[in-house]
Design a binder for this molecule. Structure first.
Ligand SMILES: *Cc1c(COP(=O)(O)O)cnc(C)c1O
Length: 404
């Protein structure tokens, strides 16, 4: 048989469509879906050897060929030695916590991170004695000052939801490594198309495959990417015993989604920039948050860190004399849409409009929301792949009735 192993040095676009486990004996051109929980062993000796080493396929909580294809493709795109799948983005974070932290250990996290991430650390793992300090997303000195001898992990997300605040990955990596800790980055919003955190010094990249990797709002998935040692010695034993395993069907859907990630993400970014510029020109809009706009406080850092692109998510604010008045305006704009979906996902081909103060950030107290910069007049738009002028027209249906 001719050597069909992939040559070295292939570029990310090529890796995105070509990296996966070998074809089966049937020579399928689209990757196979191995919807199988168990795997038949050639003999008892091989079975015993596979069970003790974890190599080869035995049972789908340990590994499955379709999940392996997903992991290899994601690792290739992130430029890491290895990756491991999880049932969801939150499942991936749970795996990371269980693998790396114990009672008495300390973590530093940005206050602006995804709401469920904040809750998982502060509430669920607070209970098990893992201590967390929350710091400013953008003030590197706060991160440095928060580090203690017991600090094992710094965890950052950039850009954030919904205000697209950007943190400096290279600066945080330096702080983490100076303290003998690891830096993990939630790369859900940027994807490896915009930024590859390990190239900037991060040790772990966390993904929610539910968002742009799938890209069509179909399945839940998650992953951690990192060194071979971290994945095989730290993360894999946790999945095997705790079971936050990625389903092979979901892995297959996301695997195929990743083939078009580069073209989709660039189109999301172009559309988002067009809509952000248009919103900034509307008299009824008090402020637009989009790191691709020069008016954004971390615009320069974002452009340097994110391949010159702003991502697909933006937010804007409608001002009101009272929080109730601002909320009424926001609800009016959302309810006037006839094209955009009122939903809480993002990274979908369909543009999604949401009201963070009563959805993703609804469980926060008003004081926590204020600290996070989210008001009752804030609207988030996860820009999809419709024509940008149709998105603008849909937003205008509600905006046109509001006083400037
Ligand atoms: C959605 C999301 C998560 C959680 O992922 P799930 O797949 O929903 O569990 C984590 N971080 C960010 C930034 C997200 O947007």
């Amino acid at each position: 048989m001719k050597d069909r192993s992939l040559p070295e040095g292939l570029r990310p676009e090529t890796l995105a469509v070509r990296t996966a486990i070998e074809r089966s004996q049937y020579g399928e051109n689209s990757e196979a879906l191995y919807l199988s929980t168990g795997f038949v062993q050639p003999d008892a000796e091989t079975s015993a050897q596979r069970f003790s080493s974890g190599d080869g396929y035995t049972y789908a909580r340990t590994s499955n060929p379709t999940v392996t294809s997903f992991e290899q493709r994601l690792a290739a795109m992130e430029g890491t030695e290895a990756a491991i799948g999880a049932a969801s983005g939150m499942g991936a974070i749970l795996m990371m916590i269980m693998a790396l932290l114990k009672a008495g250990d300390h973590v530093v996290l940005s206050r602006s991170m995804f709401g469920s991430t904040l809750n998982l650390f502060a509430k669920e793992f607070g209970k098990f004695g893992v201590e967390t300090t929350f710091v400013s997303q953008t003030d590197v000195d706060e991160w440095r000052a928060a580090v203690r001898p017991s600090t094992k992990l710094l965890f950052a997300e950039t850009p954030t939801n919904p205000l697209t605040e950007v943190c400096d990955i290279a600066a945080l990596a330096e702080i983490a490594h100076g303290a003998g800790a690891l830096l993990a980055v939630d790369n859900c919003f940027a994807t490896p198309i915009l930024q590859r955190p390990t190239e900037l010094g991060a040790d772990i990249v966390m993904h929610s495959g539910t968002k742009y990797l799938d890209g069509q709002g179909r399945v839940m998935a998650g992953a951690l990417c990192g060194s071979h040692q971290l994945v095989t010695e730290k993360f894999a034993p946790v999945v095997r015993t705790a079971g936050m395993v990625l389903s092979p069907f979901n892995a297959w859907v996301v695997l195929k989604g990743m083939e078009t990630l580069a073209v989709r993400v660039k189109a999301h970014c172009e559309n988002a920039l067009a809509v952000a510029r248009w919103l900034e020109a509307q008299a009824q809009v008090a402020r637009v948050y989009y790191c691709g706009l020069p008016s954004h406080p971390q615009h320069e850092l974002a452009m340097r860190q994110q391949s010159g692109l702003g991502g697909g998510v933006l937010s804007f604010v409608l001002a009101g004399d009272t929080p109730e008045a601002a909320r009424a305006k926001a609800f009016h704009v959302i309810d006037s849409c006839r094209v955009l979906s009122i939903a809480t996902n993002l990274g979908d081909t369909k543009t999604i409009i949401s009201h963070p103060a009563t959805t993703s950030h609804g469980r926060l107290t008003e004081a926590q929301r204020q600290a996070a910069g989210i008001t009752q007049g804030t609207i988030r738009v996860a820009v999809g792949l419709e024509h940008p002028e149709d998105i603008q027209d849909d937003l205008m249906r509600g905006l046109s009735g509001l006083a400037a």
